[in-house]
Design a protein around this ligand. Structure first.
Ligand SMILES: Cc1ncc(COP(=O)(O)O)c(C=O)c1O
Length: 383
């Protein structure tokens, strides 16, 4: 694994990362890679560029892109999908937004986890779609709790699998019972699987589409292949017909929407020829996480568990501490930036915690952890 050039990161890595912090500070903030991606990406993009022409691509995605996503899910995530069900999107975030717009209307309600990545609520909030929050634990999602949240307005159960920021991965049986439950309630499942390439358990990842043929999937290549800045993701619809309807309604069919062809070229290469590179990256991230969990739990004040998936880690602090102030002081005094467990990032259930991302080199990740631990050991008893 080659580290990304530090000067390049300082100029180009935004979203609370290197380009947004002072020299000498470490941003363990937004979930993005500090290591180089597979060389297959560079090779395929370079080959495409030699024609020096950029024609329109197929509206819902290049055929090779749709095939690559279908292959990736069918071969590596136990799903059963057709390439015609795939729509190339400008990021996973856009995939969430489009699926909500297509399936839901103002006044409808959805069930989402608390905490969970802000995008799942933000996209709903912007459309005046109501949000009901459920808890997710290592044992899964409690159906009795879900039952208590359903009203006549509820239209969808949204799951984040693997879960950001808690790192839970739902197993086959848990997915089956959720699918059965959603079916009896007449709800559709929307599964955000953007983290599904980063799993640390013995068992490989199971997509919702292994157990529920009616479910919609959000996917992207930012986490598993390090392509965040290329803004490339996918919607997987439950049928070709549904994909066509979404494509029409959201403007893909008439070129109002669509993903850049260059980004699709990069994604195709990453999926077909960069999977081994992803496996190596996952090993590195796992090592970083294990080291962090060991060191952070040695402090008197912090607690965390090894995530089953993702390269992020939720760290709990004593409930008497102010989360926002803690994170601000760590940024200013320890020179390490984290994402505070505030409602605006994860929902009300994140309070009392902060999140770090460790898709970095061993050196940077362990330096960041060392700074957090020594700062907390020094000042913890005064907070
Ligand atoms: C659960 C979840 N969904 C969607 C996204 C958005 O991914 P992208 O930047 O590829 O749009 C993220 C990014 O962190 C995420 O954690």
């Amino acid at each position: 694994m080659k580290p990304t050039d530090k000067n390049f990161l300082d100029e180009n890595a935004f979203n609370m990362r290197w380009a947004c912090v002072e020299e000498g500070h470490i941003p363990l903030t937004a979930a993005d890679w500090d290591i180089q991606v597979s060389s297959a990406v560079n090779e395929s993009v370079t080959t495409y560029l030699q024609f020096n022409s950029f024609p329109y691509g197929n509206n819902s995605g290049m055929k090779a892109f749709q095939n690559a996503i279908a292959f990736h899910f069918n071969q590596r995530k136990k799903a059963s999908i057709q390439s015609e069900e795939v729509i190339a999107t400008n990021s996973a975030a856009k995939a969430i937004d489009d699926i909500y717009s297509f399936l839901l209307k103002e006044g409808d309600e959805i069930l989402i986890a608390d905490p969970v990545d802000f995008l799942l609520s933000e996209c709903a909030r912007r459309k005046n779609i109501g949000i009901k929050r459920y808890q997710q634990r290592s044992s899964g999602i409690d159906l009795a709790e879900l039952n208590s949240l359903v009203t006549s307005k509820t239209k969808a159960l949204v799951i984040c699998n693997p879960h950001n920021p808690l790192g839970f991965v739902l197993q086959n049986e848990q997915l089956e019972s959720l699918a059965e439950w959603a079916d009896t309630k007449g709800l559709v499942i929307i599964s955000d699987e953007v983290w599904s390439d980063i799993v640390h358990t013995q068992e490989s990842f199971t997509s919702i589409r292994a157990v529920d043929s009616n479910a919609w999937i959000v996917y992207g290549l930012s986490k598993g292949f390090g392509l965040a800045g290329l803004r490339i993701g996918a919607i997987i619809a439950p049928s070709e017909e549904q994909a066509e309807l979404l494509s029409e309604k959201q403007g893909y069919a008439r070129t109002l929407e669509g993903a850049s062809t260059l980004s699709q070229i990069a994604a195709i290469a990453a999926i077909h020829n960069g999977w081994e590179h992803t496996q190596e990256a996952v090993s590195l991230f796992k090592k970083n996480l294990e080291h962090a969990v060991r060191e952070l739990n040695k402090t008197e004040f912090l607690a965390c568990e090894m995530p089953q998936g993702t390269f992020v880690l939720t760290i709990r602090h004593p409930s008497t501490w102010n989360t926002e102030m803690l994170c601000e002081r760590m940024a200013n005094e320890a020179r390490v930036h984290v994402v505070p467990g505030l409602e605006k990032w994860f929902g009300p259930g994140a309070i009392g915690s902060f999140r770090i991302s460790l898709a970095s080199t061993e050196e940077i990740a362990s330096e960041g952890i060392q700074r957090i631990c020594s700062w907390v050991n020094t000042y913890g008893s005064t907070l």
